[in-house]
Design a protein. Structure first.
Length: 272
């Protein structure tokens, strides 16, 4: 959806549109949930909104101007690895040797994926893959914030509160990024790209965020972000349908990432 949205909009324009459209939809259906939010929770909702939604929306948009959406989807699998480290260094959650090994394997797989992709697509700038890595780190921080600081806020309240905090910057970016210019509106791909963005906002932002917030609250941060196991499958599938190439080498690197994430999620065995 991001890839198709970039046919008619620049990355800044796409990110601003996602924020405004998704924020408006969430406020429309969930504004009543704002009444249940305590004043002490708003600073964490703001932080969660920026690291979990605002910055990643722009990072992914800029990344996909250079790298394939299938590769982006695979790199998303790094989220559980970063969630482990954020939990350790910021929230004091310990880890096992297997989990450390999983992190190293996952990072090695991600490095290979970038190397293979850059050699296969020399015309693409694979340094942009670093933007996806930064975005996954943001997601990891967000998962730990929700679990440790927003446990008392409803999933809908978190989603709506997040976008209340980032909606104003998104609105300001619409004219500043040139989204409302006549050459953009009259562009060949304006309506089709807008349709993809609206679909992404409804399914990939509004519905997904409420469900994800609920999952974090009823499980651990690392377990909840393990839904990223499925993102490569979906992303690669749509990428291939759209004409993207995905080699055996890239598949092997992707499996290394998933193997690393699997080890990260292994629970520590009890001593005899």
């Amino acid at each position: 959806m991001i890839k198709k949205g970039l046919e008619g909009f620049a990355p800044l324009q796409l990110g601003a549109l996602r924020i405004v459209i998704a924020g408006s939809l969430l406020l429309l259906i969930g504004f009543r949930s704002l009444k249940t939010i305590r004043s002490a929770d708003w600073k964490w909702l703001a932080l969660s909104g920026f690291v979990g939604s605002f910055f990643p929306m722009f990072l992914f948009a800029f990344a996909e101007t250079e790298i394939d959406s299938g590769v982006t989807a695979v790199l998303n699998s790094l989220v559980p690895l970063f969630t482990l480290f954020v939990g350790l260094f910021i929230f004091g959650i310990s880890f096992t040797k297997n989990q450390l090994l999983g992190v190293l394997i996952g990072l090695f797989g991600a490095s290979l994926l970038v190397i293979f992709g850059s050699s296969m697509n020399p015309g693409q700038n694979y340094w942009y893959a670093g933007l996806v890595v930064i975005a996954t780190f943001c997601y990891a921080c967000n998962a730990n914030i929700i679990k440790s600081k927003l446990q008392g806020v409803s999933p809908m309240g978190i989603a709506v509160g997040n976008f209340v905090c980032i909606l104003l910057p998104g609105i300001l970016l619409l004219p500043l990024s040139g989204t409302l210019n006549s050459n953009v509106i009259n562009g060949e791909f304006f309506w089709s790209s807008l349709g993809y963005i609206v679909t992404l906002c409804v399914i990939g932002t509004c519905i997904a965020k409420v469900l994800f917030n609920k999952l974090i609250q009823i499980s651990s941060p690392v377990f909840s972000v393990s839904v990223t196991y499925l993102i490569p499958i979906v992303g690669i599938f749509w990428g291939i349908l759209d004409g993207e190439a995905f080699t055996i080498k890239q598949l092997g690197a992707s499996l290394l990432i998933l193997a690393g994430v699997y080890l990260v999620n292994q629970k520590k065995k009890k001593a005899d």
